[in-house]
Design a protein around this ligand. Structure first.
Ligand code: PLP
Length: 376
């Protein structure tokens, strides 16, 4: 088995047999020919709502990087999450980690209410809390996110899988902040791994995409997800899939640099008198560091949160003075971004002085200098 850097650089075997090009072509056709006897010329190509060589190529590449039996792309991370939750029958029970990506929490709450699904939100970074929730509610699905956005909590995937499986639940992991380069949830016992490929996987802030990958293709839940995508049509376009392939070629390199930069920035900021706290699983004093160290390798990713001294006005002042770190939501791109989360989601209990940071691949000296001038 080739290592991720090799798989990615070669885009999982990208050679285009027809042209001998070293990169894959983009096949944009929405429909495919039948022969004179009305047989399909390519039995797996009928109509582009699910049949696309370019999309399959990207999915195959992602499955290889993830150590998955199969992967499916969706037009956004939320579309991937929705496809997963839509497999639940009415009256089902689910346990979802609390304090995760707000878009997930909001959509799952609405969906579960509409479908009369019992939703239990629990701090799954505490295995005892997850166990209690699972034993009390006997969920069909447990959904966790690690490292979590924007609290940077670490949830033990192997322990969560054991707890979920004991009550007959599937474990799904949103591993967006880690990317498949730093963490492989399926190898740790998860059944399904999800990413917003909009973030680190694409890495250039120019494609919206989501991915689900499975440990077992013969799993009925996976079958239901596949059927749902085919029939309900939440598919990604060929050009977006091609851009993903293009982005993934440098994924290991980008993730390595982003993780190095993030750790260096965090080490600098935590000693700064204007900083009250820093959340980053790569720091030895982070409560989830030991678990993160065990289940991640090669770094801890681009995402961190910084608490400045003071409240919202002080945090906004710092954010306003930053020049290299652009004020914009999202994460995992080559360019560094900051976001004052409390302005975006004041009702979620997010601290007013919290600044969420996504560290890019710029020169670390420049990035540190930017924070120093903004905090001065
Ligand atoms: C962005 C994000 C999502 C949603 O993905 P979209 O591609 O924006 O739909 C889900 N989970 C996490 C952790 C994210 O950061």
């Amino acid at each position: 088995m080739k290592k991720p850097a090799t798989i990615a650089a070669h885009a999982g075997g990208a050679i285009d047999r027809q042209s001998a090009g070293v990169v894959p072509p983009i096949q944009t056709s929405t429909t495919f020919l039948r022969d004179a006897d009305y047989g399909l010329i390519r039995p797996d190509n009928i109509y582009a709502r699910d049949d696309s060589d370019t999309v399959r190529h990207a999915e195959h590449l992602l499955a290889q990087l993830e150590g998955a039996q199969d992967a499916l792309l969706f037009p956004s991370g939320m579309a991937a999450i929705a496809a997963l939750f839509r497999t639940l029958p009415n009256d089902a029970s689910v346990v979802v980690q609390s304090g995760i990506y707000w878009g997930t929490t909001k959509w799952v709450r609405d969906f579960c209410e509409r479908r009369e699904i019992t939703l239990t939100e629990t701090d799954a970074s505490d295995p005892a809390a997850l166990q209690a929730a699972c034993e009390a509610h006997k969920p069909a699905l447990v959904f966790i996110e690690t490292p979590s956005n924007p609290w940077l909590k670490t949830t033990d995937i192997a322990a969560s899988a054991e707890i979920a499986h004991q009550v007959g639940a599937k474990l799904a992991v949103d591993a967006t902040a880690a990317t498949p380069v730093l963490m492989q949830p399926l190898a740790l016992g998860a059944d399904i791994v999800m990413h917003s490929a909009t973030k680190g996987i694409n890495g250039h802030s120019d494609v919206l995409a989501g991915v689900l990958a499975t440990r077992a293709v013969d799993d009925p839940v996976w079958h239901a997800i596949k059927t749902d995508r085919h029939d309900a049509g939440a598919v990604i376009g060929a050009f977006e899939a091609w851009l993903l392939i293009r982005g993934i070629r440098t994924l290991p390199l980008r993730v390595e640099r982003m993780s190095e930069n993030a750790l260096a920035l965090v080490k600098h900021l935590r000693k700064h008198p204007q900083i009250a706290d820093v959340y980053y699983p790569g720091l030895a004093e982070h409560p989830g560091h030991d678990v993160a160290h065990r289940q991640m390798s090669g770094g801890y990713g681009p995402l961190l949160s910084v608490l400045v001294q003071g409240g919202a006005p002080e945090a906004l002042k710092v954010v306003g003075k930053l020049q290299l770190f652009m004020r914009a939501t999202s994460l995992g791109g080559v360019e560094s971004l900051v976001e004052h989360r409390h302005t975006i989601e004041p009702h979620t209990g997010i601290p007013e002085n919290l600044i969420r940071v996504s560290v890019g691949i710029e020169d670390i000296g420049d990035l540190i200098a930017d924070w120093d001038q903004a905090l001065s």
